[in-house]
Write a protein that binds this ligand. Structure first.
Ligand SMILES: Nc1ncnc2c1ncn2[C@@H]1O[C@H](COP(=O)(O)OP(=O)(O)OP(=O)(O)O)[C@@H](O)[C@H]1O
Ligand SMILES: CC(C)(CO)[C@@H](O)C(=O)[O-]
Ligand code: BAL
Length: 284
């Protein structure tokens, strides 16, 4: 596996790969790899001949400077995880390579960016995500790009942007990988102390309780949300938001029907976590 620092070098390498007839898969990340990241890399390796992983803690998507400073980093360990997963190129640029002096452009996606993470983290969050992902799509020009369902709203934002801006690639969303107790893997989990780690399972428990309530026939989102919130409070965790919405548009559904996204965010011991499940209300 080769570590690449510049756009020019990566472009030259990938031009050679494409000339040789090989397909290219891209896995965008912010590093500090766990099994969720590795599963995306393996899926990309199965689907494409050459896998590029980008490792860039994108400053423009952090509205909270403390969150950016505290974001965990370990490039050496990440490089070995990526190599084992069969990655060909680890693109790990400095911020000035992505945002050179004079940089003045951003990509704004309307509607799906507005609720949940957009409302909590501020309008800059998804603008930062969409802008850097658009740049990565243009730099790498992959045949397919792989994202995790754990960041469900981000995946919808990326799909919307790719469709609206005519990017010629397939966006694939891969299942959430969980710890044995159900906690969704996340780079930020490393910041949980022992008590917070024990209580962090509240997000998965709340989502499971809500899913059961939908599958038991609930038609009102308010009831489902109350069930989910109660299950979380049993572990002394108060959600920032707990929503049951259309999985396609993130808009309210009343009465509950079709493919639903149940999504939650909560601070546990000072660490902000998110999680979600898809529930097919048509299957009941
Ligand atoms: N548990 C997981 N299962 C599957 N995919 C995941 C999981 N966690 C993250 N991903 C995906 O990996 C990609 C890179 O995410 P990122 O580097 O931000 O990791 P992260 O663990 O989500 O970090 P954090 O949530 O702390 O920002 C994203 O597409 C994200 O959805
Ligand atoms: C997609 C992404 C790499 C953009 O910085 C980031 O939001 C992430 O890691 O999910
Ligand atoms: N994993 C989503 C990127 C972020 O938390 O900023």
């Amino acid at each position: 596996m080769r570590i690449v620092r510049t756009v020019a070098e990566l472009r030259a390498l990938l031009d050679d790969e494409r000339r040789a007839g090989r397909t290219v898969g891209l896995v965008p990340t912010m590093g500090y790899f766990h099994e969720g990241h590795a599963s995306l890399m393996r899926r990309a390796r199965d689907a494409c001949d050459v896998v590029v992983v980008s490792l860039f803690v994108n400053p423009t998507q952090f509205d909270d400077p403390a969150d950016l400073v505290a974001y965990p980093r370990d490039e050496a360990r990440d490089a070995s995880v990526a190599a084992v997963a069969g990655v060909a190129y680890l693109f790990a640029p400095e911020p000035a390579e992505i945002y050179p002096p004079g940089f003045a452009t951003s990509v704004t996606v309307a509607r799906v960016t507005e609720p949940m993470e957009g409302a909590q983290r501020g309008p800059g969050h998804f603008r930062g995500v969409a802008t850097v992902v658009a740049k990565l799509f243009n730099i790498v020009q992959p045949h397919a790009a792989f994202f995790g369902q754990k960041d469900a709203q981000q995946a919808l934002v990326v799909r919307r942007m790719a469709r609206d801006l005519d990017f010629r690639l397939r966006v694939e969303v891969c299942p959430t990988v969980r710890e044995p107790d159900g906690l969704a893997m996340s780079s930020r989990n490393v910041r949980l102390d022992a008590d917070a780690r024990r209580r962090a399972v509240a997000l998965a428990r709340g989502l499971e309780a809500a899913r059961s309530r939908v599958l038991d026939g609930a038609t009102n989102a308010v009831d489902v949300v109350a069930t989910g919130r109660d299950a979380m409070r049993a572990l002394d965790v108060e959600p920032e938001y707990f929503e049951v919405v259309s999985a396609d548009t993130l808009e309210p559904v009343d009465p509950l029907a079709g493919e639903l996204l149940v999504a939650v965010a909560a601070r546990v011991g000072g660490v902000r976590l998110i999680d979600n499940v898809l529930v097919d209300a048509g299957a009941r």
